[in-house]
Design a protein around this ligand. Structure first.
Ligand SMILES: Cc1cc2nc3c(=O)[nH]c(=O)nc-3n(C[C@H](O)[C@H](O)[C@H](O)COP(=O)(O)OP(=O)(O)OC[C@H]3O[C@@H](n4cnc5c(N)ncnc54)[C@H](O)[C@@H]3O)c2cc1C
Length: 496
């Protein structure tokens, strides 16, 4: 039996848990980082955003992790860590497909939306090839002095004066005693299960989706598919290359993400309304994938020569949220506290917000009477952010059949994101600011009313709804979004 005694045990060595382990070591705590699998390993959740980049840079600066900063921009990542694979993300692109018909660009761009997030490639976001990125962080955690135990099956988790974990590895039984426990196990929700934390009733979560995904080679560029069928004019007005994006291909009752890495691999997956796309008895994931592609000729073309390089993952409903995310001697990272959907890539940024916040509590109040209060605030903030992302995601999903309504609804996300980015750039972000203005009562109130209305706005009233959104968000709209003259094609207009 191997025994480990530590200040902080972190269950789960995704980038969230591992980065927190590195920060805790930097602050002088003894840390056990516990993983059920082995690195390098596949992980989903690959598309970063400017807010994620700001948080990564802030963590690097605050905790003296100079090596981390280059990961916060595509240019510095490629120059500093060329062996760690990633992809270029200049922004978000959306295309609305009709079943049985090839995608045809509309003359006023009514079936597409491009929102640039960066001024050029060097300063852009990245798609993280998680196998490389996470494994690299784990090496750094070990070098920083964290005790790393992989292939660990934790079979007993007791919470008395301290945390007592017992588990087994292929070569040994392990016993761990820790003063504080962080659940960074993502959808395994290890601690939520142990503490029997109450979940929000599934009926009260707005977004509804299940996922079907893999990694592929041979995925055609959407830019080429558009040009092949419609000539160069099809992409001439695009404000950035539409494949250097978190590409959102919207279909009836769902959407598909397409994220390209530089080494020829593409992450792609369908997120599907389980009621409109129930899993069919006896249909294998590969067959479902092909059937969905076949229903949308332009997607079938984009994936004509694609080859899955790993087994498909098919999930049940993705949405979940617990009603507590921290206690006096435990905390959940956001992905362990809840999840909505890959839509608009909020997960990495929210996780980094949470890691920074926990790191600051460790630095400032770990041994003071304020710790309990700060952890309670942390937990509330995580849950509030998840609820807010659910509101945006669920409302966008409810508008998939009215793309002209979904477009202004998506501005609730983009305006908030750009506002927070500008605040970060100007150094004006409050230290405990919640992710994406989740803690801004005025913004949330306006958004709640707009989300309520969006559910019933008819497609032919979309222009006046879009104007209402524009006016309601005006005080926050620092980057010229919601402008009908742009015809859904937004260049980067933030401060450079
Ligand atoms: C389908 C899908 C698509 C997504 N797309 C995006 C996106 O494009 N952009 C974005 O920002 N976010 C996305 N996300 C969210 C993103 O995956 C998460 O926000 C992110 O992975 C959280 O990182 P983490 O380190 O907290 O947890 P995870 O990455 O989930 O890591 C959890 C770790 O815990 C380990 N583990 C699990 N159980 C145990 C156990 N019992 N004991 C020990 N270890 C355990 C796992 O092996 C894993 O290493 C997506 C999520 C899903 C489900």
């Amino acid at each position: 039996m191997t025994s480990i005694d530590c200040d902080i045990a972190i269950l789960g060595s995704g980038f969230g848990g591992t980065l927190l382990a590195i920060i805790a070591r930097r602050l002088g705590y003894s840390v056990a980082l516990l993983e059920r699998g082995v690195h390098p390993r596949f992980a989903i959740g690959e598309s970063s955003t400017p807010l994620a980049d700001f948080k990564l840079a802030a963590i690097a600066d605050r905790f003296g992790l100079d090596w981390l900063k280059p990961f916060s921009k595509y240019g510095t990542w490629k120059a500093t860590y060329p062996h760690l694979r990633c992809g270029l993300k200049r922004g978000f692109s959306f295309f609305r497909h009709e079943a049985g018909k090839p995608f045809t660009p509309h003359e006023t761009n009514a079936n597409a939306l491009l929102v640039a997030a960066s001024p050029d490639d060097a300063r852009s976001d990245t798609h993280w090839f998680r196998a490389d990125f996470d494994a690299n962080l784990v090496e750094r955690a070990i070098a920083a002095g964290a005790v790393y135990v992989d292939q660990l099956h934790v079979h007993t988790l007791l919470h008395e004066n301290a945390w007592h974990l017992r588990g087994s590895r292929p070569d040994a039984d392990i016993e761990i005693r820790a003063g504080f426990l962080v659940d960074a196990t993502g959808d395994a929700q290890m601690l939520g299960q142990t503490l029997k934390l109450e979940p929000v009733a599934p009926a009260n979560l707005r977004a509804r989706s299940r996922a079907l995904y893999s990694h592929f080679t041979g995925v055609a560029r959407w830019h080429d598919v558009l040009q092949e069928t419609h000539g160069p004019s099809a992409t001439a007005a695009h404000t950035f290359p539409c494949d250097a994006a978190a590409q959102h291909q919207i279909i009836d009752g769902g959407w598909m993400w397409v994220l390209r890495f530089d080494h020829g691999v593409t992450s792609a997956g369908f997120s599907l309304d389980p009621e409109r796309h129930p899993i069919r008895d006896g249909e294998a994931p590969e067959a479902e994938w092909q059937r969905l592609l076949n229903a949308y000729p332009s997607l079938a073309r984009q994936f004509r020569d694609a080859c899955a390089v790993r087994p498909f993952v098919r999930t049940g409903r993705l949405q979940r949220r617990l009603t507590q995310a921290a206690g006096p001697d435990w905390a959940l990272l956001p992905h362990a506290a809840g999840f909505l959907d890959a839509w608009l890539s909020p997960g990495i940024a929210q996780t980094l917000c949470a890691v920074e916040r926990l790191g600051r509590i460790m630095a400032e109040d770990w041994r003071t009477p304020r710790r309990t209060l700060r952890l309670a605030e942390y937990g509330q903030s995580v849950l509030n952010e998840l609820e807010w992302v659910d509101e945006i995601t669920g409302t966008c999903f409810a508008c998939f059949d009215r793309f002209e309504v979904m477009t202004p609804v998506s501005m609730l996300y983009f305006v908030a994101a750009h506002y927070c980015e500008e605040r970060e750039r100007a150094g004006r972000a409050p230290p405990d600011a919640a992710f994406l203005l989740a803690d801004d009562a005025t913004y949330r109130q306006n958004a709640a009313e707009l989300c309520r209305q969006a559910l019933t706005v008819a497609a032919n009233d979309a222009a006046s709804f879009a104007d209402q959104v524009r006016q309601a968000l005006m005080p926050y709209n620092l980057c010229c979004l919601c402008d009908p003259a742009k015809q859904n094609l937004y260049p980067f207009t933030g401060t450079r």
